[in-house]
Ligand binder design. Structure first.
Ligand SMILES: C/C(=C\CNc1ncnc2c1ncn2[C@@H]1O[C@H](COP(=O)(O)O)[C@@H](O)[C@H]1O)CO
Length: 253
């Protein structure tokens, strides 16, 4: 298989394929979520067949994930921007986080891609810990970072998200974009609704996260959209040291 920078490589579930440069590869998530007009008989028939069989593929993705990860001991899932570059302070923070978590005996789980994911996996790997990447099929060029001891490629976001939660005892979010916010709010909702218990969610970077947390407090809490105390589910800190201390304390309770 070509090297990681080869733009013609795409992940299709667990499989990597080479496609023609510039070719469009439709990710499985998009096919699943596509609306098909039931009034169009041809397309409706196609949907009945495809959607029902797709369930088996989804099932198999759950089975592979559970099988691959069942022996993961204590682990922390780390989210954050896919776009930060090596040799930046953000990259070094994520790398240091991976290292510190490893020293406390945690495996790390990330989205397996570049940026914060790569840096966190790298720190954990360098410190000799289990370093897990749960990659996702995307419509553009995609590769796993090289700092993983276990990598999986998922077709479906929701299956992958199950693995992020099921095999971790805490979440840490470093600054990021839509992907990171999506993962953060999914985790928050699970904790708020007590679907998962005793699960610290730590945000590193008060300058980055502070305005969001202020808005949650003034607008969401202020207007009664969340309960008083819900905000306390978030721990906002500035250093990896503080983040790891919160996680260790919760884990050893
Ligand atoms: C856009 C770039 C790479 C995309 N590759 C990704 N690989 C794996 N996981 C990803 C990728 N992009 C986003 N994610 C997930 O979302 C979070 C980061 O998203 P954000 O929008 O950058 O905050 C991350 O935690 C992943 O789980 C760059 O070339």
């Amino acid at each position: 298989m070509p090297g990681p920078d080869d733009a013609s490589v795409r992940n299709l579930g667990a499989v990597q394929v080479r496609v023609e440069e510039g070719a469009e590869v439709i990710p499985s998530d998009r096919r699943l979520l596509e609306w098909i007009d039931p009034r169009d008989p041809q397309r409706a028939a196609q949907r009945m067949i495809k959607d029902s069989w797709r369930v088996l593929r989804i099932q198999s993705e759950f089975v592979s994930g559970f099988d691959a990860l069942e022996n993961v001991a204590e682990a922390v899932t780390v989210f954050g921007s896919a776009r930060i570059k090596e040799r930046t302070p953000e990259y070094e923070t994520a790398r240091d986080l991976g290292r510190r978590l490893a020293h406390e005996g945690f495996a790390v789980i990330t989205g397996g891609g570049p940026g914060v994911m790569e840096a966190t996996n790298r720190g954990a790997y360098e410190a000799g810990a289990e370093s897990i990447g749960l990659n996702i099929e995307l419509p553009f060029e995609q590769h796993a970072n090289p700092w993983v001891t276990l990598n999986m490629n998922f077709r479906y976001f929701f299956v992958r998200k199950t693995m992020f939660v099921k095999y971790a005892q805490a979440f840490v979010c470093l600054p990021g974009g839509f992907g990171t916010l999506d993962e953060l709010f999914e985790a928050l909702t699970l904790v708020q609704t007590k679907k998962v218990l005793q699960f610290p969610i730590v945000l590193i970077g008060t300058e980055f996260w502070g305005p969001l947390v202020d808005w949650l407090r003034t607008t969401l809490e202020g207007e009664g959209m969340i309960s008083p105390g819900d905000i306390d589910l978030l721990h906002v800190v500035d250093t990896t040291e503080e983040a790891v201390a919160i996680i260790v304390k919760a884990a050893r309770r």
